[in-house]
Write a protein that binds this ligand. Sequence first.
Ligand code: NAP
Length: 375
Amino acid sequence: MADSVFTLRWAILGAGYISGKFVSDIILDPKTRGVTDVVHKLVAVGSRDAAKGKEFLAKITGKDDHPAKIYGSYEEVVKDPNVDAVYIGVPHPGHYDLTTLCLTNGKHVLCEKPFTVNAKEAEALIQLAKEKNLFLMEAMWTRFLPVADYISDLVKGGTLGDIRVLHADLSGDFDIQNLPLTHRILDPKLGGGALLDLGPYPLVWAIIAMYEHPANNKQHPSAISAAMLKTPLTGVDAHTSFTLNFDQLNAQAVLTCGITISSPNPALVIRLRKGNIIVDAPIYRPNVVKVQYLAKEGSDEVVKEETKTFKNGADEQHGGSGWHWQADEVARCIRDGKIQSDKWGWDKTLLEMKIFDEVRKQGQLVFPEGVEKLV
Ligand SMILES: NC(=O)c1ccc[n+]([C@@H]2O[C@H](COP(=O)([O-])OP(=O)(O)OC[C@H]3O[C@@H](n4cnc5c(N)ncnc54)[C@H](OP(=O)(O)O)[C@@H]3O)[C@@H](O)[C@H]2O)c1
């Protein structure tokens, strides 16, 4: 059946941390994770500095002679006719311009989270993808991990009853006192702060458990309530909390993120009328999921507890670190002529960006001029 294997030819923009993770995973043989219908081929690396791009490619692939082309500018990458899809791994203020560059040059795009700095930029990119008939997706890799489907099925399956409350946190101690103020997590010019960088992860669980819930009928939260605590170092948010009401479900999500202290454990608790789903940190790639069954609806008496463990978010001994599942989705969508994913479609990215706009408004976090390309 070799003929039916679809090969997607990738380029990456930005030779930084997350691009390294993505490349390490897509160069693995997909069969190591039981995938036999698609394969990924890295054909180009774009860095603002070709020497850095070369060093990156050798380090990540372990090969000095890896055949991918190295370009010293992003503009050259999108002119390469051998590139089908581009992964964008630069700080978020670059996402709008680079996604536009790729789409206008006929390339499909997988762009890191947060997809853009604001909802207006996201809307414009989606419109452009439609006009160009090209695939476009936010790299919300957590949604594609097998553990996400496991938790999603538990919430929506009915055995645990109606969902009521979800608590989720993603935080880390970034040692900000000793970090250069130009680090992307601190620098307002790079869209720094906890919300845009870490906030997508608590939010993805609210989207999976509540927004996606069939009884929610795709309704947006009716109320958003947010507070931000800013660091005096640069004025970006060091800790942010935001609460979302999902009226159709009578349910509420309580979400937090921060950059001065680690997440608590558990870091994700989903409370349903007949049970709880309890997930250890880190919630971007959960490995331990505990399910508690209650004596009766609303009770605090646990009658049964089950724990399932995952490795890098997968339920078998799969290779890689989990960033490849989203790449498989991109390849399948492009193979099938789709321009958005059913699993992480544009509606979810737009919801995310609209929520972040509102949270920033309530928290009065304003970025310097030019960070938001569309206002
Ligand atoms: N999915 C995840 O798990 C995950 C994890 C971490 C970060 N992220 C997201 O990925 C994006 C990049 O984060 P990162 O941690 O990879 O950052 P990083 O290590 O600083 O790398 C970003 C790369 O972007 C390029 N770049 C282009 N314009 C830049 C600018 N003005 N300033 C700095 N770098 C610039 C640089 O590559 P060249 O010099 O080679 O051009 C740089 O190496 C962010 O949006 C972040 O939220 C996602």
